[in-house]
Design a protein around this ligand. Structure first.
Ligand code: CTP
Length: 404
C-alpha cells in the first residue's frame, strides 16, 4: 500500500518549461492515494492553465494571495495547516532564491513560510543557472533548514543544452514524497475499527436503530491510514464510502458486528470501538410483516453482547479504545466506562447538543485514561480524528516501545 494514501499534499508549481509535466505529476500522486491541492505562481500560469490542474487534481487551484473570497477565511493559513507535505515541482531558480530569502510576496512563498509541514523541492532550470554559485548557495541554505531536494537529473534540456537541470523523473518525485511518510505515527500497526449504527430487526421490514451516521468511525479509519496503519473497518449500515486502502467488513446487526470483530481481533494491535451498537435486540423478530392490531404492542428486548468489553477481556487484548456518548457528567461517565470495561483510552463527547455528535460533521472530544485526560476541543470530525489518532499512537507506543 502506498505511503501517500490519504496524505494531503500541497503542490506548488513555479514558472519554468518543466511546468508542463506537473499535471501528470498530480495524476501520479493521486494514483498513489494522495489528496493534492495545487498552488501556482504567476509565472507558472504563463506556462499551464489553472483549469488543467483543477481538472487533474479535482480541487480548486490557488494562485492569488489577495483573493478576497479565500482570504476571508485566512485561505493561505488554512492551506498551510492543511498540508502534510509541501512539494514544489518544478522549482525554478527564482523560487529557490525567494524561498531561501524568506520572502512572502505571493501565495506560494507565504505558504512556505506559514507551514509547519516539511518542504520538498524538485528543481528544474537551465544547467548554467543550476550550477551558478547563487543557486547552489540557496540550496545549501534551504537544506540547513530541513528542505529536501529531489533531482535535478542530467540530460538534454529544453534550451538545447545538455547537463544537470532537468526535472527529476516523475516516479522519483513520487518516491521522494513517499519517503517523508515512511515513519508515520502508526506505520506498521494494525487497527480494527467499528463504525456506524446497527439495525435490529422487529420484523422483515422494521428495525430498531439509532442516529449514528458512521462519520466519526470512517474519519478515524482515514486518519489511521494517513498515519501509516493498516485498517480493517467493521461497519454497520451507512451511506459512506469506505476509505481507499481499508479492508471493509459490512454488517447489519449487533450480533454480526460481534462475530466480525471477534474473527478479526486476533490480528489487531489496536481496537477502536466507534460504532453505536444497539444495546438491545428484539427477543423474537417476527418472520413476517406484523399487521397493525390497533392496540398496545409490547416488544421483548434482550441485551446484545458488549463488543468492546469482550475485546478488552480477551487474554491478550489489543490496545483498546472506547467512545462514550453522554448527555451529562461527561468525565465521570467516561471514567466509569474506562474502568468498568477495562479500556486503555476513552474518547468522550456530549450528545444532545446541536451541531456536534450524532449525524453531524463536527464533534467535541475529551480523552481520558488511567492517569490523565486531554481536551481535544471542537472541530470537524476529520480534524478531531487526526488529533485522536495522534493521542492513541502516543499511548500505544508508550505501552509497546519494542514495536515502535
Ligand atoms: N459498545 C460495543 N458493543 C455494545 C455496546 C457498546 O462495542 N454492544 C461500545 C461502543 O462502540 C462505544 C462504547 O461501547 O465505544 C460505549 O458505548 P455505550 O453504549 O455508550 O456504553 P454502554 O456501556 O452501553 O453504557 P450506557 O449506554 O449505559 O451509557
Amino acid at each position: 500500500m502506498s505511503l501517500l494514501i490519504h496524505k494531503q499534499l500541497c503542490l506548488i508549481v513555479t514558472g519554468g518549461i518543466a511546468a508542463y509535466k506537473a499535471p501528470e505529476l498530480v495524476r501520479r500522486l493521486r494514483d498513489a492515494g494522495a489528496v493534492v491541492k495545487v498552488v501556482m505562481t504567476a509565472a507558472a500560469r504563463e506556462f499551464v492553465q489553472p483549469l488543467t490542474f483543477q481538472a487533474v487534481s479535482g480541487q480548486p487551484v490557488h494562485g492569488d494571495l489577495l483573493d478576497p473570497a479565500a482570504e476571508a477565511a485566512m485561505g493561505h493559513i488554512e492551506l498551510a495547516r492543511w498540508a502534510d507535505l509541501v512539494l514544489i515541482a518544478p522549482a525554478s531558480a527564482d523560487f529557490l532564491a525567494r524561498l531561501a530569502a524568506g520572502l512572502a510576496d505571493d501565495l506560494a512563498t507565504t505558504l512556505c513560510l506559514a507551514t509547519a509541514a516539511p518542504i520538498l523541492v524538485a528543481p528544474a532550470m537551465n544547467r548554467v543557472m543550476w550550477e551558478h554559485p547563487a543557486t547552489q548557495a540557496n540550496l545549501v541554505t534551504l537544506r540547513t533548514r530541513g528542505v529536501q531536494a529531489v533531482g535535478p537529473d542530467s540530460g538534454a534540456q529544453a534550451c538545447g543544452e545538455t547537463g544537470p537541470g532537468r526535472l527529476a523523473e516523475l516516479p522519483a518525485i513520487v518516491a521522494a514524497a513517499e519517503h517523508w511518510f515512511s515513519g508515520g505515527e502508526l506505520a506498521g500497526v494494525r487497527l480494527l475499527i467499528t463504525a456506524g449504527p446497527t439495525h435490529e430487526a422487529i420484523d422483515p421490514v422494521r428495525i430498531i436503530t439509532n442516529r449514528s451516521s458512521g462519520k466519526m468511525g470512517y474519519a478515524m479509519a482515514l486518519a489511521a491510514l494517513a498515519a501509516g496503519a493498516s485498517v480493517t473497518l467493521v461497519s454497520g449500515p451507512t451511506a459512506l464510502s469506505p476509505p481507499t486502502g481499508s479492508v471493509i467488513k459490512r454488517v447489519t446487526t449487533a450480533a454480526e458486528m460481534y462475530s466480525a470483530v471477534m474473527g478479526a481481533v486476533i490480528e489487531a494491535d489496536i481496537f477502536i470501538a466507534c460504532a453505536a451498537v444497539a444495546d438491545y435486540q428484539v427477543a423474537a423478530p417476527a418472520p413476517h410483516k406484523m399487521k397493525k392490531q390497533g392496540r398496545e404492542l409490547t416488544l421483548t428486548l434482550i441485551p446484545t453482547r458488549d463488543i468492546l468489553q469482550a475485546v478488552a477481556a480477551r487474554p491478550h487484548p489489543p490496545f483498546t479504545v472506547g467512545f462514550a456518548a453522554e448527555t451529562e457528567n461527561l468525565i465521570q461517565h467516561a471514567r466509569a466506562k474506562l474502568t468498568g470495561k477495562g479500556l486503555n483510552l476513552v474518547a468522550a463527547n456530549l450528545v444532545g447538543q446541536s451541531g456536534t455528535g450524532f449525524d453531524s460533521d463536527e464533534n467535541e472530544l475529551h480523552v481520558v485514561w488511567d492517569e490523565g485526560e486531554k481536551q481535544l476541543g471542537r472541530a470537524s470530525k476529520d480534524a478531531l480524528a487526526r488529533r485522536l489518532i495522534s493521542v492513541i499512537a502516543e499511548h500505544y507506543r508508550a505501552k509497546h516501545p519494542a514495536r515502535a
